[in-house]
Design a protein around this ligand. Structure first.
Ligand code: 13P
Length: 249
């Protein structure tokens, strides 16, 4: 089901005290948000956030996991462990994981499948670099990343998934894609899925990510194929994040 969603990707930020302060502000303000709200803290803080979100409508997700149920994978967290913390979502294929940790399309597809095996909704991130955009390769790159996952899991699996279009050049740079630029790519993604299954294409939530802030969220979210945001830096500032979540009102 297509929903308006704002997801916070805290990346590698936070402390117990800082998270407590942030959550106190968010919990006080967000009951009136016109969208679903999801928080993705670093894995070590999942239990703290789980406890602090009890009794609220705010959902919890993870930023990453490893597709083995258990075993000798030092340092990794399994998808199988996440439901114990009431996680409903997990971010897959973020460009930082693709670039810094050399995650391949195939590995990301494996993670997508593993997330769903454990009842988690994958948030699949796709997006082009600055050079790829300049070379007019945006569509090719984004649809290629999507196709790699489709090849493994099939279109039916996208009935319970979220896609996040995150142009790499807009992440953490303060350079936001214009609402028109973002809408154009979102429409390409939805059209592409529509060629395989119209109902799934209509129903899927497609988020935009890349320097979303209080000042630009509303214009982005008004675009017909933008169903919300995956927010990095601005999700660490209570006031900014609350403004973003209220941009649908
Ligand atoms: P920023 O909002 O900091 O640009 O990060 C976007 C992002 O990568 C969310 O996953």
């Amino acid at each position: 089901m297509r929903k308006n969603l704002v997801a916070a990707n805290w990346k590698m930020h936070g402390s117990k005290a800082g998270i407590n302060r942030l959550l106190t502000a968010i919990k006080a303000e967000l009951p009136s948000a016109g969208c679903e709200v999801l928080l993705c803290p670093p894995a070590v803080y999942l239990e703290q956030v789980q406890k602090e979100l009890q009794g609220t409508q705010i959902a919890l997700g993870a930023q990453n996991a490893y597709p083995g149920d258990e075993g000798a994978f030092t340092g990794e967290v399994a998808f199988a462990m996440l439901p114990e913390f009431d996680c409903s979502h997990v971010i897959i294929g973020h460009s930082e994981r693709r670039e810094i940790f050399a995650e391949s399309d195939e590995f990301i597809a494996q993670k997508f499948a593993a997330a769903q095996e454990h009842g988690l909704t994958p948030i699949l991130c796709i997006g082009e670099s600055q050079t790829e955009r300049e070379n007019a390769e945006t569509e090719k790159v984004v649809l290629g990343q999507l196709q790699a996952v489709l090849d493994k899991v099939g279109i039916a699996a996208f009935a319970d998934a979220v896609i996040a279009y995150e142009p790499i050049w807009a992440i953490g740079t303060g350079l936001t894609a214009s609402p028109q630029q973002a809408q154009e790519v979102h429409a390409v993604i939805r059209d592409f899925l529509s060629g395989q299954d119209q109902n799934i294409a209509e129903g899927i939530t497609i988020l935009y990510g890349g320097s979303v802030k209080g000042a630009n969220a509303s214009e982005l979210f008004q675009q017909p194929d933008i169903d919300g945001g995956l927010v990095g830096g601005a999700s660490l500032k209570a006031e900014e994040f609350i403004t973003i979540c209220k941009s649908f009102n």
